[in-house]
Unconditional design. Structure first.
Length: 480
């Protein structure tokens, strides 16, 4: 359960009742077996009073985890013992497929409306976004006009923008108000607004002008004007800003909350740090999955056929690139026939080139995602990575060359693998930097295709360099 402040709870919870389990001391840690056994017993035996008392002290995340493991009938019985605000928190904690089932198949419009009325506007919009248009209309018809306007406005913004992330629950005061009047406004607004970090200041037309901290407002003289004590360093965010840029904004300036404005500068809402933590987690997960050729939306519960079709596309592309690498090897078929040892050494060159490229890609994609790699520092980044590739190529090439010479006694082969590794690590560093940069330029997510494209380049170049150098040096030295 998301809570505004830390709630002190005892290490154990005691019940005084006729149920034999309730007389025992129960740990609130869901990892404890007794915790699960007691809750299962209360649900199974439909002990309404004891169940209501027990779940008051339990976090929503724990309740959600418990419901997901229960039979649907028992889970719904427990869910309906929660007050609407807690039900909203539990819905939020559910896995996607469980939340979808509750919203689409189990809860009726009146129940969903009751839950939404107890949620912040951004959370309410997230819940409605899970429903089809007909269901959304039925739910909206059951909530007051003011709440309906807030939620529908949030639903109107494209997904993954600041407007879709923001909440309409904030405190704003006029710049010409006195501190006394601003405090009065704060008191009225606090009934519906949680986590008030700042009071935002607007002009007569609603345009954002600055902010005041709670401490500053309380300690200021009652007759002082708001515009005399407000600060302006809290930069506003445009409503249609991409959510990745919003996350970079928060991490760059260490903000815990920021106002959201429209193109005219009118204050629309606010975004808080907890929203950004969720964004960072989701974006990191998507990037990791995409770099592995997996859809960012795939889950363990995704239908098998859908998962297979999503993955097979990238596998087919990889098959094509594998044929490209194989065609390079075929060109040097005669060279390999003369020195069979080359066939055993080829994977070394390709594998090390791929590893070096993946290191560079991971760094570059991360810096692009964080906004740290820009047009201004692209050249210096490329130079830096090529230098690293040169150093590593010399070191790894020398190690490999010495090992091959000691094992085979063949100087030509040792020299070939040294040079091939040196040049392939240089290629890996250059390509690993430039491919993500190029994809960003053409508006393609670098995390999606970088690894595959770079791996193809290092494989093709690695085989070409290794076998090409082998052909030349073996011809010159007359080695067979």
């Amino acid at each position: 359960m998301e809570r505004d402040e830390q709630i002190e709870t005892p290490d154990v919870l005691e019940f005084d009742g006729d149920h034999e389990d309730l007389s025992e001391t129960v740990s609130l840690n869901r990892q404890e077996k007794l915790w699960t056994e007691l809750l299962e017993s209360l649900v199974r035996e439909r002990k309404d009073t004891e169940l209501t008392s027990f779940i008051k002290e339990v976090y929503s995340s724990d309740i959600a985890d418990f419901i997901e493991k229960m039979e649907q009938e028992d889970g719904l019985y427990l869910f309906r013992h929660l007050p609407p605000d807690e039900q909203g928190d539990v819905l939020y904690e559910f896995e996607d497929h469980v939340r979808d089932r509750y919203l689409r198949d189990i809860l009726n419009s009146s129940e969903v409306a009751a839950i939404i009325l107890e949620q912040p506007s951004d959370r309410a919009a997230d819940i409605l976004a899970e429903l089809d248009l007909e269901s959304v209309s039925r739910v909206l018809a059951r909530i007051p006009y003011e709440d309906r306007v807030k939620v529908t406005e949030l639903l109107s913004y494209p997904e993954n923008t600041a407007g879709a992330l923001m909440t309409k629950d904030f405190v704003a005061v006029q710049q010409n108000d006195t501190v006394k009047k601003a405090i009065s406004t704060l008191r009225r607004a606090s009934e519906r607004t949680d986590d008030i970090q700042f009071i935002y200041v607007v002009d007569e037309e609603g345009a954002y002008k600055g902010h005041i901290s709670l401490k500053q407002l309380i300690l200021s003289r009652p007759q002082s004007r708001v515009k005399r004590i407000m600060k302006e360093e809290l930069l506003p965010i445009r409503a249609y800003t991409d959510r990745e840029d919003v996350a970079n904004f928060f991490t760059r300036y260490d903000f815990i909350a920021a106002p959201v404005i429209d193109d005219r500068g009118v204050l629309l809402g606010r975004i808080t740090a907890d929203d950004i933590l969720e964004v960072l987690q989701e974006e990191a997960s998507e990037d990791i999955l995409r770099m592995g050729g997996v859809s960012g939306e795939e889950r363990l519960t995704t239908p098998l056929l859908r998962t297979s079709l999503q993955r097979v596309v990238w596998l087919a592309v990889n098959l094509g690139t594998a044929f490209l690498s194989a065609s390079v090897i075929q060109v040097f078929e005669k060279t390999i026939e003369k020195v069979v040892l080359l066939a055993a050494l080829m994977p070394i060159v390709a594998a090390l080139g791929g590893s070096a490229a993946n290191q560079t890609v991971a760094l570059v994609v991360r810096n692009i995602a964080l906004g740290e790699l820009t047009d201004a520092n692209t050249r210096s980044t490329v130079t830096r990575e090529i230098t690293i590739g040169l150093i590593n190529g010399i070191i790894i090439g020398l190690i490999a060359g010495i090992i091959i010479f000691l094992v085979t006694g063949n100087q030509a082969i040792a020299l070939v693998i040294l040079l091939a590794l040196l040049f392939n690590l240089l290629v890996a560093s250059f390509v690993g930097t430039m491919v993500p940069v190029f994809l960003r330029k053409v508006k393609v997510d670098p995390a999606i295709a970088s690894s595959m494209m770079v791996a193809t380049c290092t494989d093709v170049m690695g085989f070409s360099l290794f076998l090409g150098l082998a052909s030349v040096l073996l011809h010159i030295t007359g080695t067979t």
